[in-house]
Design a protein around this ligand. Sequence first.
Ligand SMILES: [Zn+2]
Length: 328
Amino acid sequence: MRKNIPFLLCIIFVFLFLPMVCLFSGASQTVPPPTPDSPAPSDSSQETVSVLDPATGKVRVLSLIEYLTGVTAAQCLPDGEPEAIKALVIAARSRLEYRKACSSHENGAVCTDGNHCDSFWTEEETKQNWGTYWFGQYYPILQDAVAQVAGQVLTYEGKPVLALSHALSSGQTETAGEFGLDLPWIIGTDSPFDITANNYSVTVRFSAGEFKERMLSSFSDTDWSAPEEQWVADIQTSSAGGVISLTAGGRNITGQEFASALGLPSNHFTTEYRDGKLIFTVTGMGNGFGISRYGANELAKRGYDAEAILRHYFSVCEIQSFQRSAGS
Ligand SMILES: [Zn+2]
């Protein structure tokens, strides 16, 4: 019996301790220990967003999912293609992280003013704006799209970008640099299906008196003593045809300001003076920067997935899982 003791000890080692050695060595291969400088992965379901209501000055804390759903609801077609909706969600997450990094508001908040940050619809507002039938049919599709891609962002040189969008381009999107904006990821590209939209082009006419009145309400320092046919002059356009600037009433005005003052759907217009009227032929809707929401939907109908849509409109950007920087 005494002769068998070394043999029994070997058996005990092989069956009891060797599996434990293998188990721990395997674990060390699949889960590397964290390092202090590695970025923390962003868990979208746990993230929150501070949202400022400019009308009341109050800040609400929403879940990231709720915020992205409300922003995308305010932008997308209720029956939009799911891949186009996902592209809009990724663009919205990118804008959120860009604005938080820029500290647009105190404590990293964003506001619900669409002219400053992004418009936002609550679930109830979405139901009112879409109608009960459309809400019931399509809101779950929007929620599903948000859940799938809320953790993704577009980046340029490793940082989330201000991934702007507009409703409808003139057939080509704008390059931000031509308008003096330092957004090097906003580069003009074809958006060929936009010209097939029902509301692609509109003609807007103003009597000379009506035009002057509207301009004066926005630009009180203008002078209208010149002949009416000379009121609008020096129109400077981008390579895509958008109006960068012009002279009206002797004052230099940006195309965006001019379109806004007259209520034109975009700054992509031509003008003529005829029979005492100023006539504007306008194409597209919105500022023409970044992703065309109509164009994205048409690309999705033709088989583009969200990634392909974003690569089309933001060709110099990467699509990445958002990584929160260490310490933020
Ligand atoms: Zn804001």
